[in-house]
Ligand binder design. Structure first.
Ligand code: GLC
Length: 544
């Protein structure tokens, strides 16, 4: 999350020695806007209600979208008129952009079939690229925008198939060398192989044992839960989520991430490279991407678990964790000028409960990560981990620092890039992650759908339109690249695949959501007031 704050993770490497030279202080120089007046939706009953009744929210009911969107989002201005428009008439009046048809064709070309049924989309259909590496696999995280596109287009069957088959993979025994991974782990990716002898197709999954860096994906299980909730919300079909198999799958994922260890924080301790940024980039410890997805998955799981004997106990654990997690994130991950100033003035070596500088941050060689991460911030908005005023502040930041965060191709995966000695030590001189490239400040078109969703949720449609216009001007012409390089994101990434599926699907999802904002309900959760009382005082920079 973060921005006028931005949420940061509590480790890493910027120094506050000279705050005047520090990019983020300039980045934070903006005013917030609090313009969202939302009502609660049926989907988003408070945690206290849920735990008191042991019941589930109304996420399964009805045909998804419009109804709950209207109850969820009734801000003033432009959005109201959109909300008042029935989905069908919005669709009729919509002139599809010529790229939309082209994108659908490309997306369908990426479909993978297993025993005659489509089951996912491969990462890239790039015949020109030399080495395929693992881009011929179905990645769980890459499939998210594909799943949303098909759901929005009224084609849920393939999404259902994906959810069921990946659940079977979860049941495998997973080993890396002689070490056995936890039961709930979900694969980063899988592919369909044909057994030449028997002529049957089988699935082969990668839980990190083949991935570059050998890191297991922490995000896969969370995304699986989020897709299941999107499927349920969009189809109104609760029967899949209610199957014993899905209930067990949710519980196993939850069990793994709720397990108690030596940690003193409710956040999830992670290895570097366990999410979208899947190689060494100093994104370890408590990265915002994982914490925001964790929060969202906990909330989605709570809505879908049945309060039977096993489910009820899990629901209680989830509620307890959510309360602690939201308090922790809102207290320690939000970064605005006031926070920065407090840190700048920190004293060290404080002991006991009265410590102000709880984590003993040494402001000079701070080892704090002040980078801004797009995915974590957008998911924090969608999951309502960010309060409405924090969400508005994040959108303000994006608008005001457009050149840095969006540039010529939406959106930068993180900002700023690391370079020089820091790049050498942190990435191990990774040539793919040189400054302003790939994971290190590169621009990823897939993030367009997350930005658009965050814009709709906060009522900032102008920002979404502007970003989509930029993408539209180049994406198809450039062959739907995986990422762009450069400070402004003007160059097609040096090693970017073409026809990268999530760039294509991300564009389609952004277009469809803007055309019919009721789709947002699939991927967004209303604020839970009982759980998430803001604990942060407002700083002067955002009360003005
Ligand atoms: C790269 C990305 C990762 C993605 C994969 C397949 O490894 O870093 O996030 O899932 O490619 O597209």
């Amino acid at each position: 999350m973060e921005s006028s704050a931005s949420m940061r993770k509590a480790s890493s490497h910027a120094s506050l020695a000279d705050p005047d030279d520090f990019d983020l202080t300039r980045l934070l120089n903006h005013r917030p806007r609090i313009n969202v007046d939302r009502q609660r939706s049926f989907d988003d009953r408070s945690l206290s209600e849920l735990s008191a009744t042991g019941g589930r929210g109304g996420w399964g009911g009805g045909g998804g979208g419009m109804e709950s969107y209207e109850s969820m989002y009734s801000p003033g201005g432009g959005l109201r008129s959109l909300c008042g428009t029935p989905a069908s008439s919005t669709r009729l009046s919509f002139e599809p952009h010529p790229l939309v048809g082209e994108a659908w064709e490309a997306l369908r070309r990426s479909l993978v079939c297993f025993r005659g049924q489509p089951l996912g989309t491969i990462a890239a259909v790039d015949h020109s690229a030399g080495e395929v590496l693992n881009y011929d696999q179905v990645f769980v995280r890459d499939f998210v925008p594909s799943a949303l596109a098909f759901l929005m287009n009224g084609e849920p069957d393939m999404v259902r198939n994906f959810l069921v088959k990946t659940l079977l993979l979860q049941g495998w025994e997973k080993r890396i060398d002689r070490f056995k991974l936890g039961e709930g782990a979900m694969p980063a990716s899988f592919k369909v192989l044909k057994d030449p002898k028997r002529g049957v197709e089988k699935l082969v999954a990668d839980f990190g044992e083949s991935a570059i860096g050998r890191v297991a994906p922490v995000d896969s299980g969370f995304w699986w839960i989020i897709i299941l909730r999107a499927y349920t919300k969009s189809t109104g079909d609760v029967s899949l989520a209610e199957t014993p198999m899905c209930q067990k799958g949710i519980r196993l994922i939850m069990n793994q991430c709720l397990a108690e260890g030596f940690d003193t924080f409710p956040t999830l301790l992670c290895a570097d490279g366990c999410c979208m940024i899947d190689r060494r980039m100093g994104v370890y410890g408590y990265p915002i991407e994982i914490q925001a997805l964790f929060f969202m998955a906990l909330r989605c799981a709570l809505l879908m678990l049945k309060p039977d004997a096993e489910g009820k106990e899990m629901m209680e654990r989830i509620v307890t964790r959510l309360t602690a997690l939201s308090y922790h994130m809102r207290s320690y991950f939000w970064l605005d000028f006031q926070q920065l100033n407090d840190i700048y003035r920190f004293k060290t070596e404080e002991y006991s409960h009265t410590a102000v500088n709880k984590f003993n941050v040494n402001p000079d060689p701070a080892r704090m990560d002040f980078r801004w991460f797009a995915l974590g911030n957008c998911v924090a908005i969608l999951a309502s981990l960010a309060t409405p005023d924090q969400a508005a502040a994040i959108m303000d930041l994006i608008e005001e620092r457009w050149e840095e965060l969006v540039g010529d191709m939406p959106v930068k995966i993180c900002y700023p890039a690391i370079e020089g000695h820091e790049w050498q030590t942190v990435t191990g001189c990774d040539p793919k992650n040189t400054r302003w490239s790939y994971h290190n400040g590169g621009s990823w078109p897939v993030l367009l759908w997350l930005l658009t969703a965050a814009c709709i949720k906060t009522g900032r449609l102008k920002i979404a339109r502007r970003a989509i216009d930029l993408a539209e001007a180049r994406l198809a012409r450039d062959g739907w690249p995986e990422y762009y390089d450069g400070k402004l994101g003007r160059y097609i990434g040096k090693q970017a695949r073409k026809f990268q599926t999530w760039s294509i699907a991300g564009y389609l999802v952004a277009k469809m959501m803007l055309e019919d904002p009721s789709h947002l309900g699939m991927i967004s959760l209303e604020e839970d007031k009982a759980m998430t009382k803001p604990v942060l005082r407002r700083s002067a920079s955002w009360t003005v």
